[in-house]
Ligand binder design. Structure first.
Ligand code: BG6
Ligand code: MG
Length: 213
């Protein structure tokens, strides 16, 4: 079989592990404290976008304006709640089918990378036992524009020394699938992005990757 891809770039939150739910819980606490309506539908718009951009989306529903200093404080509070949830994660929070999929793709000699907007990505990877597993980690700490800008994926491709057209992105965020496409990459989607039909492949589970690769 002629291969279409040399590298697979995985989003982290909502693809490798379910930290997307922890983002929701932490933002929900902040929204409730400030009397701002927030639910899972609004949460889907936060997938893939940076912490401050997420806050701006949540504040669209706020009755009163917040100063820049107040916004910084809210984002910091959210991150403290989120990090507390992350600190309780263990390798048991890496779903078995995700680990099986990664190991199968590695056996098939694909290069494997992370492309995540999160500044907490290195800590999460440590917590779930994947510190040092990937060939490259591109995350919120090395980018200036978050998804749907393709920067995080293009940096991952650069770290791997693979052309964008030879990279497949795996995403649960519509913004992430858009970023892949703008960057000249194809996208395989799961979760919300799959439900929205945003990918070139729209999967029920990450494990279906082993059938298409
Ligand atoms: C992405 C999430 O992976 O990371 C977003 O999908 C989140 O919801 C973004 O806002 C930034 O995360 P962090 O951990 O840097 O606040
Ligand atoms: Mg995600």
């Amino acid at each position: 079989m002629v291969r279409e891809f040399d590298a697979i770039i995985f989003d982290l939150d909502g693809v490798i592990c379910y930290t997307d739910e922890y983002h929701y819980r932490a933002w929900k606490a902040i929204a409730d404290n400030n009397g701002i309506p927030f639910d899972h539908t609004i949460n889907n718009r936060l997938r893939g976008v940076s912490r401050m951009a997420s806050l701006e989306i949540i504040l669209e529903k706020s009755a009163c304006p917040f100063s820049d200093a107040e916004k910084e404080a809210l984002a910091a509070q959210k991150n403290e709640i989120y990090k507390q949830l992350l600190s309780e994660m263990t390798p048991d929070d890496l779903p078995k089918e995700v680990k099986r999929t990664l190991d199968t793709l590695r056996e098939k000699q694909y290069l494997l990378a992370i492309g995540s907007s999160s500044k907490n990505a290195p800590f999460i990877l440590q917590q779930i036992g994947l510190g040092g597993y990937f060939d490259a980690v591109s995350d919120g700490n090395n980018i200036t524009h978050s998804k749907p800008d393709p920067e995080v994926f293009l940096k991952a491709a650069q770290m791997l020394n693979v052309a964008p057209s030879r990279c497949l992105v795996v995403e649960d965020a519509v913004s992430g699938a858009q970023a892949a496409h703008v960057g000249g990459m194809k996208a395989a989607c799961v979760g919300d992005a799959s439900n929205e039909g945003a990918g070139d492949w729209n999967l029920q589970s990450v494990e279906e990757l082993t059938e298409i690769l």
